[in-house]
Design a protein around this ligand. Structure first.
Ligand SMILES: [Zn+2]
Length: 92
């Protein structure tokens, strides 16, 4: 008869998973791997060719002494900082 039960190792905590759509888009951009047709990644890349995306993902590219500006990492659109602190697509 065992008095002390051996402890089971606690399961590892669930780690946040990367967005599979984003991974597929990055695979396309960096490695040239085409996404599977009909997937959200394929749609994202097709929408990028049209010049639009579901939700812009701006990365600030402001230089010294410039007005705040950014580029969308998904569609490449130039963006400017709006009056309310939100990024908007720059009008040509
Ligand atoms: Zn965009």
């Amino acid at each position: 008869m065992r008095i002390w039960r051996s402890r089971r190792p606690e399961p590892a905590p669930a780690r946040p998973r990367a967005n599979p759509n984003r991974i597929a888009v990055l695979e396309h951009d960096l490695l040239g791997i085409p996404p599977k047709p009909g997937t959200a990644a394929a749609l994202t890349i097709a929408m990028r060719r049209i010049g639009t995306c579901f939700e812009h993902e701006p990365v600030e590219t402001t230089g010294l002494g410039e007005k705040p500006n950014a580029l969308c990492t998904r569609c490449g659109a130039a963006m400017v900082l709006g009056d309310e602190g939100d990024w908007r697509v720059a009008e040509a």
